[in-house]
Design a protein around this ligand. Structure first.
Ligand code: PMP
Length: 369
């Protein structure tokens, strides 16, 4: 029996092979007599799990040696505070506001940064486009520039990260890549720090990934809690306090799954990128051709991970969701702040799942148009 296709925005579907392996190892990890949740984080068994996960992630995302990989807790929203606590140096920070998540980040930074400046915002057009980097009003001497590289709710994605240096800005770029981490390669030469919760593309909720350039460590404000000081976390190999051991283990299994993925000659994250482009294209093409459904985001910045869409006749929303559920297509309801539907197509969603959704969209339209 195949499992239903789960389009949740997060916590989201995990590859079945990963779940099967975790189930098989649940009571006894590799003959140790212990399950992973029952191990000391300082024992050799868990240290080997953690080191392997970090090495695999470094390889998959081609993370350069001058970046530290930190396994933290608190999710994306805690990072909205932890980033300014570590990086703002009580100076001005710049925000590019492209949807709900960068809006939330800007609001939280106001508690810690001396000044928060909005360098660009597309709020006026309902977050359906992205402001062109050449139009950004960047501050002189800002301690960092924050953007959300994939807005999970509005379905807007930077397909290419901005090159701040080319814009005459020396500040490090901070990206919230929570909802598209590991869906495509990262242009690290353009990034100072990337953070993301694991619960969309990497594993269960509870683990937060931070990848930070070494020169940005050691500048935390005095009020920064020690457990959130990136330098302290880095110096202790993410084990200053007890790390989210289960989350790290599940992420590690997902990284090994990712390394096994192939698309033609491509492997790993490059293979995922090719597959994710094909998946998103298939769904957007169908929605654009249909008079029954609509996606309002400008084509050049549509998210490949989160596809918000609306039925032209919203009185049919409940019937649509009920019919989807009966076909084994789960969690398609849109975020409460925008309504409509949302299909999240993270790495664990196979092409067959997108095809099943498109078939359903077509059948529902035929029945009701
Ligand atoms: N940033 C983005 C882009 C997100 O999608 C989310 C969660 N949906 C968050 C931040 C917040 O993450 P958390 O709930 O783990 O704090």
């Amino acid at each position: 029996m195949t499992r239903p296709y789960n389009f949740s925005a997060g916590p989201a579907a995990i590859p079945e092979e990963v779940l099967q392996q975790a189930a098989a190892e649940m009571l006894d990890w590799h003959g140790s007599g212990m399950g992973v949740m029952e191990m000391s984080h300082r024992g050799k068994e868990f240290i080997s799990i953690c080191e392997q996960a970090e090495a695999d992630l470094r390889e998959l995302l081609a993370v350069p040696a001058e970046f530290k990989i930190l396994f933290m807790q608190g999710g994306g929203l805690a990072e909205n505070a932890i980033v300014p606590l570590n990086l703002s140096r009580a100076a001005t920070v710049d925000f590019v506001v492209t949807g709900s998540w960068s809006q939330k980040s800007r609001k939280e930074a106001q508690k810690y940064a001396a000044e928060v400046h909005t360098a660009a915002s597309n709020e006026a057009d309902g977050f359906t486009t992205l402001p062109a980097p050449a139009s950004w009003q960047l501050s002189r001497g800002a301690s960092y520039v924050h953007l959300c590289s994939n807005e999970t709710i509005h379905g807007v994605e930077f397909h290419e990260l901005p090159d701040l240096k080319a814009l005459g800005c020396d500040a490090p770029l901070v990206i919230d890549f929570s909802s598209h981490v590991a869906s495509r390669p990262v242009q690290w030469e353009r990034v100072g720090l990337a953070f993301g919760g694991a619960q969309k593309n990497i594993g269960p909720a509870g683990l937060t990934l931070v990848i930070v350039r070494e020169d940005l460590l050691g500048h935390a404000l005095p009020i920064c809690p020690s457990a959130f000081d990136y330098r302290v976390v880095a110096e202790n190999q993410s084990m200053y306090n007890t790390p989210p051991t289960w989350g790290i283990y599940m992420a590690g299994l997902t990284f090994q799954w990712l390394k096994r993925q192939r698309e033609g000659a491509l492997t790993g994250v490059a293979a995922m990128q090719a597959r994710n482009i094909a998946k998103a294209q298939q769904l957007y093409d169908f929605i654009d051709r249909s008079p029954f459904y609509v996606n309002k985001v400008a084509p050049h910045c549509r998210s490949r991970m989160n596809v918000p869409f609306f039925l032209q006749d919203e009185s049919r929303n409940d019937a649509f969701l009920q019919g989807a559920k009966e076909r084994g297509l789960l969690q398609l309801k849109g975020h409460k702040s925008v309504g409509g539907m949302r299909a999240s197509l993270y790495n664990a969603m196979p092409i067959a799942g997108v095809q099943a959704l498109v078939d359903y969209l077509q059948d529902f339209e035929r029945l009701h148009a």
